[in-house]
Design a protein around this ligand. Sequence first.
Ligand SMILES: [Zn+2]
Length: 314
Amino acid sequence: MLQPRITRYPDGITAVDTEYVRPGHAAAHIIRQDGRAAFVDTGTNYSVPYLLAALEELGLTPAAVDYVLLTHVHLDHAGGAGKLMQALPNARAVLHPRGAPHMIDPSKLIAASKVVYGEENYRRLYGDLVPIAAERVVTTQDGQRLNWAGRELEFVHTPGHALHHHAIVDLAYGNIFTGDTFGMSYRECDTAQGAFIVPTTTPTQFDPEQLITSVRRLAAYAPKALFLMHYARVTDVPRLADSMEQQIREFVRIACEDGDAAVIRSKMRAYWFSLLRQHGCELSEAKLDDLFGLDLDLNTQGLIAWLARAKEKS
Ligand SMILES: [Zn+2]
């Protein structure tokens, strides 16, 4: 029997490892409320069996799932949404209006993702995307609230990582599901100082000023905890918000200094490793390269894409 890696948190929230890239890299979340359930993000097609096994382990049936809340349509978050929806007879998918069309007709999303990942990696990581029927898709407005089984959720449009990104504020409990807007924090890098966080500047819509504005906007809710896809629950939000802003400004400085990919990557790597040492992280450089290698690649690509757009504008 398939064994999902799950972590149970307060407030009826469970993280499920989507088994993307490596254990501990990406987590979908299940929110339980009065015998009902909602997913926040899904992982890829290959994650779906783990999500269904996690539901079962929590004593929930697929019919109990009312919503699949997708923070944005990057494939490590939403690539498995169509396939998951096939198994959930009563669920509706909730998306930012700019993201919804790409789940209903994923052809553009597939093409764009192949550019970022390459054809072979694309197949290995994501497989064939399943469209979601338009009548099962709900879109959000900025600030819109959803009263779900007595639990009030607020959707906040948070551009910066992607233009079609929204975060989900769990108002009564002081939690926010931040997708990728509030960066990534791997549990392996937790120390006595707490969580270590880094921004994700994945192509092709990274925008530093928008991202800083969105981070500040989420921090202004003064949440007790954030739930990140990469990876799960963090607290001490004001400190993390400051670190996010500082790093985004440093990335911009690095990218503007020399636009060469290898140079950007190596400077970002050195910067992160020095921050990690200040944070009290004692992992070896080899282990840190394992943890952050893919992020360094994607962040570099995203910064270069942003530079190109910024030059076009000027
Ligand atoms: Zn993303």
